[in-house]
Design a protein around this ligand. Structure first.
Ligand code: SF4
Ligand code: FES
Length: 248
């Protein structure tokens, strides 16, 4: 007797409403909400729903994305009032009995629909010197040796994908665009606590500025927003402690 062919369970389809905050600079004086009904599957993410709208309903809808798998950091947006990556947010995990609200991240200049100008964010990142600065060269043909324990100290902050979800969820950043913001401090942390780096003092001086770590009010919004699970508030606290000690 032939074995029965196993059947795959059908993927459930349902219709949701997405309310998207649109801004088309050619025609709009200010941003406005637009509603779209879209059929999605239980396996779809918010990014899939946005693609479906763009490809099937309104080709002018604009948003950034690249990898679609939580690595490039280009599709951070506010989904139901919380900063998240659209490619990592499953629609079935949201309340689909209500419209889902999608808008651009806050605190950076809005360019178009879900796209903001990231330059102020990257300017703060560049200011903390996010690269290895070493006073000596490694021995010819050798690596710079680091113990497992020393590597562990900054392991968490190596995971940053520069999505800006943390910085643009920070109330201090919203009200004062001069604040370096959590992501820049995370980038600084990654090198300040690297035993192979010799410029910790330089970065600590930069972050001891009036727009540096002392602007942090420990609201934990940044930690909650981080799609990589980085303990952002802890990293900021580590840098504050290092400034007080005068060394890493
Ligand atoms: S710390 Fe997290 S939320 Fe902030 S930029 Fe890096 S990955 Fe994004
Ligand atoms: S598209 Fe790359 S992180 Fe979402």
């Amino acid at each position: 007797m032939a074995a029965a062919t196993p059947t795959m369970p059908a993927v459930q389809a349902f219709t949701i409403t997405l309310n998207i905050r649109r801004f088309q600079p050619e025609v709009d004086q200010e941003a406005r909400w637009q509603s779209f009904d879209v059929e999605v599957y239980s396996t779809d993410r918010v990014l899939d729903a946005l693609h479906k709208i763009k490809w099937e309903q309104d080709g002018t809808l604009s948003f950034r994305r690249s990898c679609a798998h939580g690595i490039c950091g280009s599709d951070a947006m506010r989904i139901n009032g919380r900063n998240r990556l659209a490619c990592k947010t499953l629609i079935k995990d949201l309340d689909i009995t209500q419209p889902i609200y999608v808008e651009a991240i806050k605190g950076l200049p809005l360019e178009k629909d879900l796209i903001v100008d990231m330059e102020p964010f990257f300017a703060a990142f560049r200011e903390v010197k996010p690269f290895l600065i070493a006073n000596s060269k490694p021995e010819k043909g050798k690596e710079r040796i680091q113990s497992i324990a020393n590597r562990e100290i900054f392991d968490d902050t190596t995971k940053c994908i520069l999505c800006a979800a943390c910085t643009t969820s920070c109330p201090v950043f919203w009200t004062d665009g001069q604040y370096f913001g959590p992501a820049a401090i995370v980038a600084a942390h990654r090198f300040i606590f690297d035993s192979r780096d010799d410029a910790a003092k330089v970065r600590l001086d930069i972050l001891n500025d009036k727009e540096g770590v002392w602007r942090c009010r420990t609201t934990f919004n940044c930690t909650d927003a981080c799609p990589r699970g980085i303990q952002v508030t802890q990293a900021i606290a580590d840098v504050k402690q290092a400034i007080l000690r005068g060394r890493r």
